[in-house]
Design a protein around this ligand. Structure first.
Ligand code: CAA
Length: 420
């Protein structure tokens, strides 16, 4: 089913390398790093050596420039073995996209080649205690001081925090502006005043650190302002998320497939009533549903990622949100069903499936909750409905909105005149 024309040779080659690394370096350590809540450096080094960090970096800066679909395929393979490691990999793309999308030539030359080589890891600092879904409501400030910005405040839920060397930090540079309040600034590890204060104790994805980053009068040169022009930060954040969400969706496909694979192997071995439980129709229904949903999610993700690569322009946000929302809901459903297939054993941490269940939950939350994704999709749909005006002829007048001078007046009823 997967043999088709949309995959480049490069994407297939990267996917095969990722699968090999997942089998050799990710899956065997998944439980250990989850238990210890430690970063899997061994797997990260293998990813670097195989050149997989080059996947999302443009060719001019030492990358493969392989595109979002290739990034999704690589991420899926890694996440199939360990969903936590899937994000440990993909978050480097999330942190790099602001530089790739908005950085100056000098900034790209300065930071991207070391990311491509896997020498430097990257993090994305957008969320704060009081600014999660409402990403424009940031409080961290960056104040101009000569040739520098001085950053003050705290960021929350920084994935890769502590292990990363490069941080794309979103700060308020103009509190008086509505649309140009925010700028993105690169802060490098070791800059005085920049610290990791709290390493979160998480339900899942425990092999990758998620931390609070604190900025205590952190002075960074103005040369680190992404794009060299203030006020572009919110747009860059949104454009970044549009490119990164297919990666979360791919993590979800990997997680769903990983859980399904384990459930299948278990169901063929677990005997009850004198037969493998995979011979029972109720279990078969569960397995079949899990497989259908996973395959549907995979192809939505590939279609969306492929469309993004082909410059789907104004539809990028909608496609990215659809892929992220659908695939991550599927991952949660499939992981839940997989635990059910494992029965009592599924509830125990001795068995690998409990981790899939714990890891799946965050997929519906980070890089925009699935409520936010649905809102983004609906906003697009409502805008695009302008193209469907020819269908208005088929909607009876009695339920049509009444407009006067372009403004909505009321929903008119047959018996009542429209009122303002
Ligand atoms: N591309 C470019 N520009 C965009 C855009 C996009 N996709 N979406 C919005 N914009 C622009 C708008 O055009 C508008 O520009 P103007 O001011 O010039 O008109 C501006 O941004 C404001 O847009 P909205 O009015 O639509 O913004 P909003 O305040 O209503 O918020 C939102 C929209 C979709 C809710 C957004 O805030 C959002 O995506 N929230 C979720 C944040 C998120 O995903 N956080 C996760 C952080 S990363 C993470 O999870 C951590 C990790 O490490 C894994």
């Amino acid at each position: 089913m997967r043999e088709n024309i949309i995959f480049t040779d490069l994407a297939k080659e990267l996917q095969a390398k990722a699968r090999e690394i997942a089998d050799k370096h990710v899956r065997p350590g998944a439980k250990k790093y989850d238990d210890l809540q430690e970063y899997n450096w061994e797997a990260a080094r293998a990813v670097a050596e195989a050149g997989l960090f080059r996947t999302f970096i443009p060719k001019e800066y030492g990358g493969h420039g392989a595109g979002i679909l290739a990034l999704a395929m690589v991420t899926e393979e890694l996440a199939k073995a360990d969903s936590g490691f899937g994000v440990a990999f993909a978050v480097n793309a999330l942190g790099s996209f602001p530089i790739i999308l908005g950085g100056t030539e000098e900034q790209k030359q300065r930071w991207l080649p070391s990311v491509a080589r896997g020498e430097k890891l990257v993090a994305f600092c957008l969320s704060e205690k009081f600014a999660g879904s409402d990403a424009s409501g940031l409080a961290v400030t960056a104040e101009e001081d000569g040739d520098h910005y001085v950053i003050r405040g705290e960021k929350k839920w920084t994935t890769n925090g502590g292990v990363a060397d490069i941080y794309s930090v979103f700060c308020v540079t103009d509190p008086t502006s509505k649309s140009r309040r925010i700028s993105a600034i690169v802060v490098e590890k070791g800059t005085p005043g920049f610290t990791v204060k709290k390493v979160e104790d998480k339900m899942g994805i425990r092999c990758v650190p998620v931390v609070e980053t604190h900025f205590d009068n952190v002075r960074v040169p103005k040369a680190n302002l992404i794009g060299g022009k203030p006020g572009m930060g919110f747009k860059h954040a949104m454009m970044t998320l549009d490119l990164a969400r297919p990666g979360v969706a791919a993590q979800a496909v990997g997680a769903a497939q990983g859980a399904l694979d384990l459930a299948l192997v278990y169901a063929n071995r677990r005997q009850q009533f004198g037969a493998p439980i995979s011979s029972f129709q109720m279990v078969q229904k569960m397995l079949a549903d899990m497989a259908m949903k996973t395959e549907a999610a995979r192809w939505l993700v590939y279609a969306c990622a492929g469309a993004v690569d082909q410059g789907a322009a104004e539809k990028v946000s909608k496609y990215a949100a659809m892929a992220k929302c659908f695939a991550t809901d599927v991952a949660m459903e499939v992981a839940t069903e997989a635990v059910q297939v494992f029965g009592g054993y599924g509830f125990m941490e001795d068995y690998p499936i409990a981790k899939f269940f714990r890891d799946a939950k965050i997929l519906q939350i980070y890089e925009g909750t699935n409520q936010v994704q649905r809102m983004v999709i609906a906003r697009h749909l409502i805008r695009e409905a302008n193209e469907l005006e020819h269908l208005a002829a088929y909607i009876p007048n009695e339920v049509q909105n009444t407009y006067r001078d372009g403004a909505l007046i009321t929903h008119s009823r047959k018996s009542e005149p429209a009122q303002r």
